[in-house]
Design a protein around this ligand. Structure first.
Ligand code: TRP
Length: 350
């Protein structure tokens, strides 16, 4: 029997989850369950890499960790068939990061564009953890020797770095790896990105050129996964549009970012291509399209919001999911880590 390939992905518990997180990542996680053996990780170690003012402090971290977990479950991720856990409960992530810190080069990390963006002008004052963030991400993936990683465009450079780290580890320790029974000298695989389909980049409802973001000061710019039906309806009705009727063909969306975004959201939520959506709504006014969009959003999102609410009221249950997941993740992680340490030459009890 062919071995089932392994998927790993992570979501940071750093604040309200919104439609962009759902359509850009979680929907895809749900689909991948059919064909892969999946690990979905709430990356709390990553969450603390920026200042405490950014991640919100201990109570927020715990709340957000449980909320991401609840969103996974409410969206249809099966924590029994697959593994859902939080990163800090599996010590191997931090341990493998240290080994990789000694494989990755400073030059590689200093080219990471996300570090430059997040550190901003005051780079001297960024945490060492923020600089090291991509190495921890490589450890996340390779600790399970995952072969496929669903990531958005913004994480592609980090995934490249994971491939470079895997390759350099394999090169640096080639003889030792072969000596430990890996005849091809390949201990870590080269993880492949699984780029999500089109129309998954959800933009702000107030500005179609900006990504929908938890840090936008206007709550009207995003649909939170916990928003109730009235709030969703209000936000969509207020969403920015332009005075033209909807085009009948996709080409007509090219210079109209707000129209493109709303049609993209409709397409993604209904699982149809944008051209199909325009066949139904092209030539019509925004107001009637928005009514249909409200209906669709509420139909798709309110069961998720309801389940998240139910889970928020039962944190013990959510914690138990994470504990079970961490235990099962740890079995795989320990195996990789043990072999990796042997390959490096660390002495241990046998
Ligand atoms: N850096 C990712 C993000 O912010 C989250 C992440 C952490 C991740 N570790 C990962 C994603 C491993 C994929 C694989 O989106």
């Amino acid at each position: 029997m062919a071995m089932v390939e392994r998927v790993f992905s992570g979501v940071q518990p750093t604040g309200n989850l919104h439609l962009g997180n759902y359509l850009g990542a979680i929907v895809n996680f749900v689909k991948l369950q059919e064909n892969y053996s999946c690990l979905y990780c709430v990356v709390d170690l990553h969450a603390i890499t920026q200042g405490v003012d950014v991640w919100g402090g201990p109570a927020e971290l715990a709340r957000n960790t449980r909320e991401v977990t609840a969103a996974f479950i409410a969206s249809g991720i099966d924590p029994k068939k697959h593994i859902v856990f939080n990163q800090s409960q599996v010590p191997g992530h931090a341990e493998l990061t240290w080994i990789f810190n000694c494989v990755a080069r400073v030059g590689w990390l200093s080219r990471m564009t996300q570090f430059k963006e997040k550190a901003g002008k005051d780079r001297e004052n960024a945490s060492v953890g923020l600089y090291d963030y991509p190495v921890l991400m490589a450890a996340d993936i390779l600790l399970y020797r995952a072969t496929h990683v669903p990531v958005g465009e913004d994480q592609k450079q980090h995934l490249e770095l994971s491939r470079d780290i895997a390759q350099k580890f394999n090169n640096d320790f080639g003889d030792s790896i072969r000596g430990h029974g890996f005849g091809d000298g390949l201990f870590f695989p080269q993880p492949e990105p699984l780029i999500t389909g089109p129309a998954t980049r959800v933009m702000s409802l107030r500005d179609g050129t900006k990504k929908m973001s938890k840090s936008d000061s206007s709550d009207n710019s995003r649909i939170n996964l916990t928003d109730d039906a009235d709030t969703i309806a209000q936000k969509i009705r207020k969403a920015k549009t332009d005075p033209e009727p909807l085009p009948t063909e996709e080409k007509g969306l090219e210079t109209r970012p707000e129209a493109d975004n709303l049609v993209g959201i409709y397409a993604a939520l209904s699982g149809r291509p944008k051209s199909d959506v325009l066949r139904d709504f092209g030539g019509g006014q925004f107001s009637s399209f928005k009514n249909a969009l409200v209906e669709l959003c509420v139909a798709k999102l309110s069961p998720i919001a309801a389940e998240m609410k139910r889970l928020a009221a039962d944190p013990g249950h959510v914690d138990q999911i994470l504990i079970d997941g961490a235990e099962r993740a740890n079995v795989i992680a320990e195996q990789t880590l043990k072999t990796a340490k042997d390959i490096v030459g660390f002495v241990r009890k046998r």
